[in-house]
Write a protein that binds this ligand. Sequence first.
Ligand SMILES: [Zn+2]
Length: 429
Amino acid sequence: MIQLPTVSAELDSRGAQPFEDFAILLAELYPFVHENLERERVTEFGLLFRWAGATASAQPLVLMAHFDVVPVDESDTWTYPPFEGRVEQGWVYGRGALDDKGPLLAVLEAVENLLAAGFTPARDVYLSFGGNEETHGAAALSIATLLRERGIVPWLVLDEGGAVVDAPLPFALGSTALVGVGEKGVVTLRLSTRGDAGHASAPPSITAVGRIARAIDRLDAGTFPARTPAAITRMLSIFANKALGRDQTVLRTLATFPALTARVFAAMGGEPAALVRTTVAATMQQGGTAANVLPSQASATLNLRIALGETVAGTVRRVKRRIHDPLVEVTVVESSEPSPESPTDNAQFALITAAVEASYPDAATVPFVCLAASDSQHFHLFSPAVYRFAPLEMSNAQRASVHGVDERVEIASLEKGELFHRALLQRLQ
Ligand SMILES: [Zn+2]
């Protein structure tokens, strides 16, 4: 799978053949899946499989993954070539090992093995695989739309997002299965302004470049209020039950007082802060043409990740209010709303928890909020139970290798991932 360079962002230069070859490879690797499941191509890059369940009228399970990968930076030095698929001392190296070909493989291995054993799931099971997640392409959206048009409301949707990690936050120790119950929204904004060009020897009080810099400066970390999602409160109380002594007291307190948690997490910065508030990152800036010429225009690009419970429109309003400068124009480049929060007190979450117990007996299953968007965003519009969890172990170094250098997965972890999906399908009612 890794040897096929399904780099969606480089489709123009590489062509669609790797994606075609990937579909052919799946048919070779998983003959039972291809004999027993209905397969549909949805757009050029979507693969949808339907495994008929025992009760045709029951709402189905949808297992999602994507088979496109992000590009490799030629200047990075990988231990093994990123598209070689080297297997070395129990590890598989290469682009896509974790994101998201490893998780896709875990799903297919489980289905193939269950089919070989003559198993039939209790409900219909759809396997929804997209080939352009990384470029925000339409494959998963088209699959979601197709199911919706057919009147199908998934009982449970499971996609990438969380993983099995060690010590996910500074105060939480031990193996933890982080299950994303929601994902933040995204909005990319462009700030622009114009100024009078002229000689830089007699400048006005503020130039176009200065005006944009001032606008960015006004969008500090305190621009958006901090609020603790229900999932994070639940997460803290689960950690509290596992902790001892003073740690337990601290965690209990945080779990009891969400407003306090919001303040503490916001003050911690980094990932904890990103869990409780909308974040602003100025990512690009332009303006001016020469060192001694006043700039006639300047602009900046901001990337904001919108907290659960907020909206794109409300976020843009607040940004404009904060900048408080009518000469700075704010334009929305692209946006997607944050998801609602899926519940943790339902049969679906209990099923995920049971499958984690079967595959990672030492891991606590904990709800979480995903900071990045996934293909599952197209399902939460019509399915109330969307969860984001790939059943693979990821160390901090491995997490950094996703979209980075030396992406790798342990074969033992792929085996546990297969076990997770097998347990999930077997326990499905
Ligand atoms: Zn991914």
